[in-house]
Each structure stands twice: as C-alpha cells, then as structure tokens.
Design a protein around this ligand. Sequence first.
Ligand code: MG
Length: 384
Amino acid sequence: MKKRDFLKISGIAAGALIAGCKAAPADPSAGRVKSAVKKGGPLKLSYKPYELQLRHVFTVATNSRTTTPVVLTTLEYDGVKGYGEASMPPYLGESHESVLNFLSKVNMEQFSDPFLKEDILSYIDGVMPGNHAAKASLDIALHDLTGKLLGQPWFRLWGLNPQKAPVTSFTIGIDTADVVKEKTLEAGAFRLLKIKMGRDNDKEMIDTVRSVTDVPVFVDVNQGWKDRNYALEMANYLSERGALFIEQPMPKEQVDDIAWLTERSPLPILADEALQTVQDLLPMKGVYSGINIKLMKCGGMHAAYQMITMARQMGMKILIGCMTETSCAVSAAAQLSPLVDWADLDGNLLISNDVYEGMTVVDGKITLPDRPGIGIIGKKSENL
Ligand code: MG
C-alpha cells in the first residue's frame, strides 16, 4: 500500500471511531505539560544548628577533633518538606554563626515556584560571597523538595544508572600502628580504604594497613608533604603497595611542585583543598590529574553536577567526597555517584548521632534508596 493511501484509510478509520464514541469533553491539558505541583504559596525556610558527635577522635595532618557543627535546613512547599544540611569543618572558615547569619539574610518566601531552580540558586549565590556550606544546605533542600514533588529520586531525574554507583571508601585516620591495625580490621566490609598521611609515620601507616589487608587504598595527605622529592618517593612507595591515587599531597600554594609531581608520579594526583567551586577548575589543568568534589565546598548538587561535566571534558579523574555529615548531605552527594570514578562518602558513618537514614553501603558499594528527592527519611521525627 502506498503511504498516501494508508493515511487516507487511517484518517477515515479514525474519524469513524470518533463518530462512534460518545462525545467526550475536550481535555484542556492535552498537548501541555502537566503541572507537577499545585500552587502551594511561598517557599518556607526553617533551620536549626546541630552538633555532630564523632565516633572516634579524627586526626588529619593539620588537626584533631571530636565534633563537627552542622545546620539542618528545611524548605517547605505545598505541605511537602525538602531537607538540607550545611557541615562546617573548621578549616573551611564557616561556623554555626556564619551559616545562621547567612540563612537569616535569605528570603525564600519571594519564590512561589520551587522548579525555578536556576533563578532560586542564582539568587542564593548572590546574597553574599563565599558561604558555600550555607548555600549547599539550601541547594540540597531544594533538590530534595523538587524531587519529592515529582515523586522521583535525583539520580533518575539526571538519567543515571544506580547500578553504576561506585564502592565507597572508609577513612583510616593517622594513629599508632596498633590503632591503625584495629581500625583497618573493623573496616573489613569496605572494598576501598582511604589512609590519612602527612605527619611523621607515612610508611608505617601504609605498611600497617598492608599487614592486615590487600584491599585497594588511596592516600590523603591534606597538604602535609612540603618537599617534592619526598612526595615523589612516597608516590612510588605507595604505587608499589597497590595505592590507586594521592589526594592533595602538598600545600595548594606549591603549584609548580605539584605540577612537577603530577608529571612524574605513577599515581594520579587529585586536588582537594586546592579547589572549591566550578570557578577554580580551569587552573587545575596541567597541575593535577583529578579533583575531589564536595557539596560543602562547591555549593551543592547543582554546582557539583556542573563540575563533574566540566572536569570530564578536561580529562580529569573524579572523586566525590564529603565532610563529617549526616545521611542528608551524604545521600545528596550519592545521587551523583554513578558519574564519578571513586567515592569517599563515609561522613555519616563517622558520627554517632545521625538524624536521617538514606544512602547505605552494601558489600562496600553505594546503594541508592529508591525514594524521591535525595532519598532520606528522618530517624528522629522531633529533629525534623
Ligand atoms: Mg581530602
């Protein structure tokens, strides 16, 4: 049958079908996008400071601590609540005081459509410079809210395959050989370990871990090595012991030394302290071979997605990391994890007073909950 004849017959058949049906009222929404939300009035913001208790004293090259201040945020629209979090490790300069001050200046009630994400995040970014954790807390809450209004998790809205979520690391802090051995054995369920270095026992740290396990490891020096020849010697030493990469080996200011090391190192060299936002990314080219993206540094999920896209175009390796955080911010970061090479999302496991349940680690692998938004539910309703 010729195409023209087929169309003629189909048209007649369709007409006959319509004529044979009872007259149906015209559907006014036909051909239009269905609105996912009712008119729910203005966006309502609420927030509260909270103190995370760490399970163990946490020691890195520059400091030790037992608590981390966070602020828990809620954005409400049409009876639906989206949750966010700002976590403020001291070295980034934000605090309870600065985040509460920032949030007090934000007027979310001017917005009555939570799906105007670009407008809302652009407004938030312009309230004050810096304050990346405070901004992340609003960005995460907005993503959680809009995902819930649409009834979908963000990994699905981004079109990501949850099966491709990577294994996540568990962090072993700098300590004596006995404690390191004990912590490594405790981390037996993990298939990737992150070893902190940068004090005076670097080789002992890796040798101790290797004395009890052969799982893949990577090393975070937190800018602790000052001499590039020593850094290269350690890169070779670590490579021979099965390390995958090194995070921030030297002070971020030693750009030439880091570029020299990256060129010679058998292991990829990743930037952590050296970059925060998407604006910091271009200068990393030729200096580092990869980056550590954290929501608290870059300002949230939207910015992190942009950074991942750009870093890939620059041919860089990507680690997604976190601070000590509740399952809120960790689960938000986990939504992006199918896009990255490695994940270091153990911040919620390092604390004893999490208020949410969300992402879980099953057989060492990130497992994304099939719940809308960022996939979290409250552990203690009084905290929400
Ligand atoms: Mg780091």
